[in-house]
Design a protein around this ligand. Structure first.
Ligand code: SF4
Ligand code: SF4
Ligand code: SF4
Ligand code: FES
Length: 955
């Protein structure tokens, strides 16, 4: 396991080797100082904990000790020679000396050899002042290099500048292998090797390719590990060393990695993963570490804008005028069309405090419950399904918990692309020997994990998840593999007996669902046995589970599997939804849904509602409001006339684009608060500049319910943090809000939300982060849920009948389209498309199996028209065996791709989460873009023209 946040440690220091988690303490003496450390701690770390710094080059506290540079040699009483302190475990009673004449001489000799093959350009080197080699030369007192530079050396070695974010300058390499080990141990990609021997040794990416062409996924772990300027961020080369830093949280995915934003004045030089962050322990992916350039991109909206019609040019106005205009329009519309005619959408990209404020604005100032969030289109079935079965709408584990899993079942998720830092942790556990079962229509990269022990892929047909989880459960029950003790003590008996009768029916037997799932029964049986027999089995799932007409049913089926096998309530097990956006958990927690107040308290519950009414001084409607798809339908019908959308691009991200566009066009007033003129903003009447995560204070809650601080590192580009804008809108509407800092909003959240009762900014400072529930029963938060009991007392098994989707392949649409994400782009791509990440993925393509390609005469790179009953779009073909025959796949990161023009408005029966993952389509070669794409381009140019005109007029 990895170490928990320890406030006594300085996470800006490198203690040389990883912490030992042993509970047994031992005592040793280093340079006469007595030190107590956990057994298994290296001598180097023990010394560092007592502030005795032993020189080192090849060691780092996030890598296993390697013992190659010998600079860290020490002398130990009673032992011969000078052992490396990084590879020598501390022992009870040991007496260590770190500074003797003999050691000084040895270290100087070692450094002399290194420096004799190193360019002496320290003054002009980008890492000058932040170079471990330079520091060590100083620490060992190197004063001369006797060997000269005339002999053979590497000083002319050519640089590799292929990666857009970092440069490899081999002339500075000391072959310490920290980069190679970081790539293997931390990232799990194994892209680097040390090529050659002895003097000819050099670091090589892949088969001696450049970094860009190799398997490197640009996570930057090697750059962070490098003790010299060999691997250096281009931003550091261009801007120089940062001078101060602020710890904050990544705003891309639901892993919620902590970073040190390293600054020069108000300019961001680099994002350095923060070792004190418990979600990432100092690791990151290409998005969080490198893709921050969008924050200062020229496309940022810098001033509020208004217009009466979307066919009119924009007018840049003051904040006061824009907010006054928006408030006036909202009031006019409500006066004319009624209280229910307006609503809003909270953002899963914004902070908890901001989401809380938007739903409060809607409930208290708009006077209705017409609030929803993008979780509607991703994880709303998780909220529903887990609440029904386990009693709480959240994942049960910490990410670190996976390091204790013996079997990992991944259903409809692609962690190495969509949740990369968790993907790396999972790969580590798989290398250690855990079994992997992947249930996915597509062959995902996780299945290609280097040094994988035991893996199984169940390549099911899109739309057959429920049949698959039922078949797995059937095997467990029919073969007597259930955990009867757990079921008897922790689950509702009547419910279990009913479910048992249901699932034992042979219609769920793998042999009888083969036709539906397309997966051989023997494979399903083997997977079920592996899962049920593992001492600890954990389930991780993603949008491949939720975005179906039976998304909620599958979530409940997953909970059934975990309950039946007793895999709930301890480390290494659990039900783990991999949340998409950075704060999707938080936006749900904060009451963004139309039927739930913050903390999942139903609006119909008079007691809960009473607390909010008393605190907010208003009456709250006891009836749930409109969900996003209902808002669209009502807009087209004319009953819903105005919408406030904070930080969500519904025009790109929601299904059946033409329907969404029609709804947005029907609105009398659309207020969009965003950082760019996104697809939704093209239909807006009021455009309020949003602030990025770098420009605000607040908190995000990640997929493990971890509340992390977001700290302002630079002023908001347009002068206001998002919560301030919502507050001003509320005030303009006549509902007073007077917060002076987001910490005050969190205090209000804590006072009204039982699971957040003990959360405040001071406590977050003290603990680094907190996982809810955090209340009097769990004052330090709850890393693992349901340890002794469930919030509903006994867990409930759910009956999960398989009902095939109506979206089936037929003669007209014989293929099934499913969608997913790619590592380098994020969601609608608004941020990552404005960074160098474009190098890896500058267009969405359609993956087609060779069999389907051959039938249609399709070659790689051909333009393909894709038609469904919703619409038609055109993408380039990629012939790929990752897909199964009959299934095609695309991503949706580029708006002009129109992936959602094809997806339908079929949705989950319980939550209306769209069925993005199953669309029946036909594919054929074409020579020109679709009509929708041509219209898209026209509107794009027109709206950007309006923006340019508005800017030109103001300047
Ligand atoms: S950037 Fe990451 S994946 Fe690429 S070589 Fe370095 S550690 Fe490996
Ligand atoms: S590139 Fe850096 S980390 Fe890698 S071997 Fe060379 S000096 Fe060490
Ligand atoms: S894994 Fe997610 S949270 Fe972490 S750096 Fe990457 S995008 Fe950011
Ligand atoms: S730091 Fe110990 S051998 Fe290199």
């Amino acid at each position: 396991m990895l170490q928990h946040f320890d406030p006594k440690l300085d996470y800006n220091r490198d203690y040389g080797t990883p912490a030992s988690l042993s509970e047994k303490q031992i005592t040793l003496e280093v340079d006469g100082v007595e030190i107590r450390v956990p057994e298994g701690t290296s001598v180097m770390r023990a010394a560092a904990l007592a502030d005795i710094n032993i020189p080192k080059l090849c060691a780092s506290d996030n890598l296993e000790a390697f013992g190659s540079c010998r600079l860290c040699a020490v002398q130990i009483e009673g032992r011969r020679g000078m052992p490396a302190s990084c590879t020598t475990p501390a022992e009870e009673g040991m007496k260590v000396w770190t500074q003797t004449d003999k050691l000084a001489k040895l270290r100087r000799n070692i450094m002399e050899l290194y420096i004799s093959d190193h360019p002496l350009d320290c003054l002009t080197c980008p890492t000058n002042g932040n170079c471990e080699l330079q520091d060590m030369a100083g620490a060992v007192g190197l004063r001369e290099v006797r060997y000269g530079f005339d002999g053979e050396n590497h000083l002319q070695a050519e640089k590799d500048t292929s990666n857009p974010y970092f440069t490899y300058d081999p002339s500075k390499c000391i072959v310490c292998s920290r980069c190679v080990r970081a790539c293997s141990e931390v990232q799990g990609t194994f892209a680097l090797t040390i090529d050659g021997r002895g003097f000819d040794s050099r670091v090589a990416a892949g088969q001696d390719e450049n970094f860009l062409d190799s398997e490197c996924v640009s996570c930057g772990a090697c750059v962070q590990a490098c003790p010299t300027a060999t691997l250096t961020e281009n931003s550091v080369i261009e801007m120089g060393q940062p001078e101060h830093s602020v710890v904050t949280t990544c705003a891309y995915c639901g892993v919620g990695c902590s970073f040190k934003a390293e600054m020069k004045g108000d300019k961001l030089v680099r994002m350095l993963p923060y070792k004190g962050g418990e979600a990432n322990h100092g690791h990151a992916c290409v998005k969080g570490r490198f893709a921050f350039g969008y924050a200062t991109h020229k496309d940022r909206i810098r001033a509020p804008m208004i217009r009466y019609s979307i066919d009119q040019p924009w007018r840049e106005v003051s904040w006061e005028e824009a907010i006054g205009f928006a408030a006036r329009r909202l009031k006019e519309i409500q006066a004319e069309h009624g209280r229910e005619s307006i609503g809003g959408i909270t953002s899963s990209r914004c902070t908890n405090e901001e989401a809380f404020l938007v739903q409060k604005l809607i409930r208290a100032a708009f006077g209705n419950n017409n609030t929803d969030t993008c979780a509607r289109v991703c994880h709303s079935p998780t909220g529903y399904g887990l609440k029904q079965t386990l009693g709480e709408s959240a994942g049960t584990q910490t990410f670190d918990s996976v390091l204790k899993a013996d079997c990992v079942l991944v259903i409809g998720a692609n962690p190495t692309d969509a949740h990369p830092v968790f993907g790396s942790l999972l790969r580590r556990r798989l290398r250690e020997g855990a079994s992997l079962i992947v249930t996915d229509p597509r062959h995902i990269d996780l299945l290609d994990t280097p040094h994988l022990n035991d893996s199984m892929h169940l390549p099911l047909r899109p739309g057959s998840n429920v049949a698959m989880v039922n078949a797995l459960a059937h095997v467990i029950i029919s073969e007597g593999l259930e955990d009867s003790d757990f079921i008897a003590s922790r689950c509702d008996t009547d419910g279990y007996n009913q479910w048992r009768n249901f699932i034992a029916d042979t219609r769920h037997a793998p042999e009888n669902v083969e036709e539906i799932t397309g997966v051989a029964a023997a494979k399903v049986r083997a997977a079920a046995r592996t899962f049920a027999k593992a001492p600890n089995a954990a389930i991780y799932y993603g949008l491949g589970v939720t975005e179906h007409s039976q998304g909620s049913t599958t979530v409940m089926g997953i909970a059934n599997l975990a309950l039946a096998t007793g895999n709930i309530g301890r480390e290494g097990v659990g039900v783990n939804p991999l949340r998409g956006q950075n704060n999707v958990q938080g936006s749900c927690d904060m009451g963004s849904f139309p039927h739930e107040l913050p903390g999942y308290q139903h609006v119909a519950d008079p007691v809960a509602r009473g607390h909010f009414e008393a605190a907010w001084g208003v009456q709250i409607d006891p009836e749930p409001g409109l969900r996003i798809p209902n808002m669209f339908d009502a807009a087209i019908a004319g009953a819903f006339r105005a919408m406030y959308v904070q930080g969500e691009d519904i025009a790109q991200s929601d299904p059946n684009t033409q329907h969404v566009e029609q709804a947005l066009r029907s609105l009398d007033c659309l207020i969009v608060q965003d950082i760019f003129l996104n697809e939704t903003a093209k239909f807006a009447h009021v455009l309020l500049p949003g602030s990025t995560f770098l420009e605000k204070n607040g908190t995000f809650t990640n997929a493990e319910r971890r509340i992390n601080r977001v700290r302002k590192v630079m002023p908001p580009l347009a002068g206001k943090e998002d919560w301030e804008v919502t507050q001003e809108l509320a005030n303009a509407l006549g509902y007073p809000m007077n917060y002076s800092h987001p910490s005050e909003i969190m205090d209000e959240i804590a006072s009204l939300t039982p699971s957040f009762a003990n959360v405040d900014y001071d406590r977050l400072e003290q603990y680094g982060s907190l996982q809810w529930p955090c209340n009097d029963a769990y004052p330090e938060g709850s890393p693992i849920m349901h340890v002794d009991s469930f919030p509903i007392g006994k867990a409930q098994f759910a009956i999960t009948e398989f009902v095939p989707t109506t979206e089936r392949a037929n003669r007209r649409f014989p293929l099934l389209l499913t969608t997913g994400r790619i590592l380098s782009q994020y969601n609608v791509g608004a941020q990552t498309r404005r960074t160098e990440n474009q190098v890896w993925h500058n267009e969405d393509v359609l993956e087609v199996h060779p069999h389907d390609a051959e039938e249609r005469g399709i070659n790689d790179g051909d333009w393909l028209g894709i038609s469904s009953r919703s619409g038609h779009t055109v993408l380039r073909a990629r012939v790929s065996e990752r897909m199964q025959p009959g299934v095609v796949y695309t991503t949706f990161h580029h708006p002009h791709s129109g992936a959602n023009v094809i997806t339908t408005d079929n949705s989950d029966w319980a939550t209306n989460c769209p069925e993005y993952k199953v669309t029946a389509v036909q594919v054929e070669k074409v020579s020109q873009p679709s009509e929708w794409q041509r219209n898209f381009h026209d509107n794009h140019h027109r709206q950007h023209g309006f923006l340019r005109e508005a800017r030109a007029e103001t300047s």
